[in-house]
Design a protein around this ligand. Structure first.
Ligand SMILES: NC(=O)C1=CN([C@@H]2O[C@H](COP(=O)(O)OP(=O)(O)OC[C@H]3O[C@@H](n4cnc5c(N)ncnc54)[C@H](O)[C@@H]3O)[C@@H](O)[C@H]2O)C=CC1
Ligand SMILES: O=C(O)[C@@H](O)C(=O)[C@H](O)[C@@H](O)CO
Length: 270
């Protein structure tokens, strides 16, 4: 794959996630053109990114990437005109409201202003790719790149394909996210909530149920995560944990164990 370095990425929507994406892409040395349909919002984002974030991160020796703050900020521009913002981009990261109509309208406008090869990527938290891109003509170049808040520090990106997404598009998105220092994961197909939110919501559901049933306090259930599972899961995932607890050939033993079974049947996610 030819190097993507120095190429142009357009960020559409300059709110919380749009600004975060801009900082992540800048840290990888990409030119970032940020656009918002609210007049002045994109230029306001530039000010916030530069003064309150990137320069501060450099002072705190927490700036990501190999470029200085000044070098990164020289790659950033804001635009109130979408066509101008899209000029030269190979990748468009949509970061508008979590509203299907808003996303449909953005991708309809964008598709009419870019060539067939430009990758259209959505930051959506939970909307299904087959819905987000349903009004896009050429869906083979569409993908969900779902970040986790705050993306500059929590580096996971879930790459979720539309049923028509080309494998090469997944590969480019994976390479881009890896190149800018994120931790991309590939989903083989779309599913409600993708992977992170499905796991996150299962944890929230059982945590809340234990609190509602008076089994544990809010403070303590949060400690179960922050001082217990979170400490472990910051280093190894749930399947790795099973592997450590029982060699692979004994996963069945773990999953079939009476303790696992007897507890699991009492967990209700709704
Ligand atoms: N906030 C979070 O923790 C996370 C959010 N996301 C997703 O990222 C997306 C953006 O979320 P936030 O940044 O939190 O929203 P936000 O409300 O902070 O920012 C949205 C921005 O999009 C702009 N916008 C709206 N319609 C537009 C249009 N047609 N053209 C151009 N700009 C437009 C708004 O002016 C606003 O600046 C959503 O899909 C959300 O689900 C994903 C992961 C985490
Ligand atoms: O928790 C996160 O940052 C992400 O999983 C999300 O997408 C959340 O659902 C976010 O959109 C709202 O909490």
């Amino acid at each position: 794959m030819t190097s993507l370095k120095g190429k142009i990425i357009t960020v559409v929507g300059s709110g919380l996630i749009g600004r975060s994406w801009a900082m992540v892409f800048l840290s990888g040395g990409y030119k970032v053109k940020i656009y918002d349909n609210e007049p002045g919002q994109a230029s306001g984002a530039i000010t916030e990114i530069s003064r309150k974030q990137i320069e501060e991160l450099q002072r705190a020796k927490m700036l990501r990437g190999n470029l200085t703050a000044a070098q990164q900020l020289s790659l950033l521009s804001s635009h109130d005109d979408l066509q101008q913002a899209l000029e030269g981009a190979f990748f468009v990261q949509e970061c508008v409201f979590e509203d299907l109509e808003a996303k449909h309208s953005v991708f309809h406008e964008v598709e009419n202003l870019v060539t067939e090869s430009v990758i259209l990527s959505s930051s959506t938290s939970c909307l299904m790719p087959s819905n987000v891109f349903s009004r896009v003509q050429n869906r083979t170049r569409c993908i969900i790149s779902h970040p986790v808040n705050p993306p500059y520090y929590v580096r996971l990106v879930e790459l979720v394909p539309h049923p028509e997404t080309l494998p090469a598009v997944m590969d480019v998105a994976y390479s881009l996210m890896t190149d800018v220092g994120q931790a991309p994961v590939r989903l083989s197909k779309e599913i409600d909530g993708f992977a992170l939110n499905r796991v996150q919501y299962a944890i929230i559901a059982e945590s809340w149920r234990l609190v509602q049933d008076g089994v544990i306090s809010v403070k303590d259930i949060d400690l179960v995560m922050s001082e217990g599972l979170g400490m472990r899961y910051a280093f190894i995932g749930p399947i790795e944990t099973m592997h450590l607890n029982a060699p692979e050939e004994k996963f069945g033993v773990v999953l079939g164990a009476s303790k696992y079974q007897s507890v699991s049947i009492t967990i209700h996610l709704t």
